[in-house]
Design a protein around this ligand. Structure first.
Ligand SMILES: [Zn+2]
Length: 181
């Protein structure tokens, strides 16, 4: 039996902030009045992939900034490295969602969820053997947000976080909105 049972205990687990609700559970979500959708400014034609070497460099640079809560969670350093390298591969070689400028959007060129185009990666959670889909902005917050922002983000619904720039394919850590409205 391998269902995704939601027990009361899990919902109190701080790590739940990382994984959020699974896209396939969205059916039950209450539909709010549709907002005018801001189309993403992402232009795939501009995407410049990082080379293998650049991915490694980027991962090494980010590793120094990973919050202890994430290091504890990924007790296997290889798993953390794998997640970071997916983030490096999904972003442009000239952009940095973690350490870059907060002025410009950092667009995501990796996987997106089908229903509402949210940046996503597949990852194997520690202790599990199969991959699950995780929203990039939740992963970023989990890995890099300060305690103060992380606490605020944990109060928000377990969905992809809203981006303050209005572009859900932007993955700039500084653009993740901690506002509850
Ligand atoms: Zn942005």
């Amino acid at each position: 039996m391998s269902g995704f049972g939601q027990c009361r205990f899990c919902s109190e687990n701080p790590f739940a902030v990382l994984f959020g609700s699974k896209p396939e559970e969205k059916k039950t979500r209450v539909q709010v009045a549709p907002k005018a959708k801001t189309p993403s400014k992402r232009n795939e034609a501009n995407f410049q992939r990082r080379s293998e070497e650049e991915v490694k460099e980027t991962v090494a640079r980010w590793e120094m900034y990973v919050h202890p809560r994430a290091k504890e969670f990924f007790s296997d350093a290889k798993q953390l490295e794998e997640v970071l390298s997916q983030l490096a591969k999904g972003t442009d070689r000239n952009a940095d969602p973690v350490l870059g400028s907060d002025k410009e959007c950092v667009h995501w060129y990796g996987d997106v969820t089908k229903d509402e185009l949210q940046a996503a990666i597949r990852m194997v959670k520690p202790g599990e053997s199969s991959e699950s889909i995780t929203y990039v902005n939740r992963v970023l917050a989990f890995l890099f947000a300060t305690d103060e922002s992380f606490e605020k983000l944990m109060q928000l619904p377990k969905e992809p976080f809203r981006m303050s720039c209005g572009d859900q394919l932007c993955v700039n850590l500084a653009h993740i909105s901690v506002s509850t409205c």
